[in-house]
Design a protein around this ligand. Structure first.
Ligand code: C2E
Ligand code: MG
Ligand code: MG
Ligand code: MG
Length: 287
């Protein structure tokens, strides 16, 4: 009996493994076609000042609507594109469309997620520079988001790349802070402008008393190192209140707005009193 049920389980296991690898193959095939047929589109999610809720910038997030497979999440197709060598093409598309969008969003920064493979490609910095020149976007309005996995392979080489980007005037942000190794040594060594605190940390703020102390420490430490902080995935007023109390600079999340198409974003922005960087004394609210 045990033998039979054991065999049954292994059959189920083998067939689901088969399904997973078939899905992977399907996605990789579809990626090629999707790129050729313009199925990819960027959506944009606002980032706002935590106190005034003034919009400061947007994060560009790739969306894929396949005619047969339906909508496929970046959590699935980005790793697939990395595996089958299409991440550079997809990344170049994101960069181009983000810069074109930046031209239509005066004063707002546009952040693009960059895969480690894309960042470490030999011509990457040049391609960013070319894109800025050809679109006329001010370098400081382009923000590039990288994750800690970047540092795992060759930290020295990654460090050089980030420096070269900073020299262009582009802003670099460390994304999903708190999910990887989150080494303090990296934060001291790498020239990040911004630290994005992962939404898993934000979620835990209202549940665990120690989480607040940890996030508070991260924000303080970022401040000492001259970095801005962004809280990702803020969904409730309670989370926002805590984020404000620990003086995190910026907020991004469903509470403020979901990612949306460029036309929808423009409508959303038009309905808000003020947007753009906070550079006037009036809006500098002292705690
Ligand atoms: P990310 O860069 O950390 O982006 C934030 C993710 O959190 C997005 O998921 C966004 O829709 C989601 N999010 C924002 N606010 C909330 C919230 O309040 N609650 C919840 N539950 N989620 C929220 P998305 O769009 O599915 O993207 C997932 C990841 O895929 C991104 O994480 C990024 O790592 C990657 N990605 C997306 N677009 C690109 C791209 O163009 N290039 C590369 N290399 N990676 C991309
Ligand atoms: Mg990101
Ligand atoms: Mg993130
Ligand atoms: Mg993420």
């Amino acid at each position: 009996d045990a033998k039979r049920s054991g065999r049954g389980r292994s059959v189920v296991y083998a067939s689901s493994l088969g399904a997973a690898s078939r899905r992977m193959h399907t996605i990789e095939q579809a990626l090629r076609e999707g790129l050729a047929h313009g199925q990819f589109e960027l959506h944009f999610q606002p980032k706002v000042d935590a106190r005034s809720l003034r919009a400061l910038g947007v994060e560009a997030l790739m969306r894929w609507e396949h005619p047969v497979l339906g909508s496929i999440s970046p959590g699935e197709f980005i790793p697939a594109a990395e595996r089958c060598g299409l991440i550079r093409e997809l990344g170049a598309l994101a960069l181009e469309h983000a810069c074109l969008a930046a031209r239509e969003l005066p004063r707002l920064s546009v952040a693009v997620n960059v895969s480690p493979l894309q960042l470490m490609e030999p011509g990457f910095v040049k391609s960013v520079e070319r894109m800025l020149v050809s679109t006329g976007v001010g370098p400081s309005l382009l923000h590039l988001e990288v994750t800690e996995s970047l540092m795992m392979e060759d930290a020295q080489a990654a460090f050089k790349r980030l420096h070269a980007l900073r020299e262009l005037g582009v802003h670099v942000a460390l994304d999903d802070f708190g999910t990887g190794f989150s080494s303090l040594a990296y934060l001291r060594a790498f020239p990040f402008h911004t630290l994005k605190i992962d939404r898993s940390f934000v979620r835990s703020l209202t549940e665990h008393s120690d989480a607040r102390a940890i996030v508070n420490t991260i924000v303080q430490m970022a401040g000492v190192l001259g970095m801005r902080t962004v809280a990702e995935g803020v969904e409730t007023e309670r989370e926002l209140a805590i984020i404000r109390s620990i003086r995190c600079h910026e907020v991004q999340g469903y509470l403020v707005a979901r990612p949306m198409s460029l036309p929808k974003l423009k409508d959303w922005l038009a309905g808000r009193p003020i947007t753009g960087p906070i550079d006037d004394v009036d809006s500098r609210i002292t705690p």
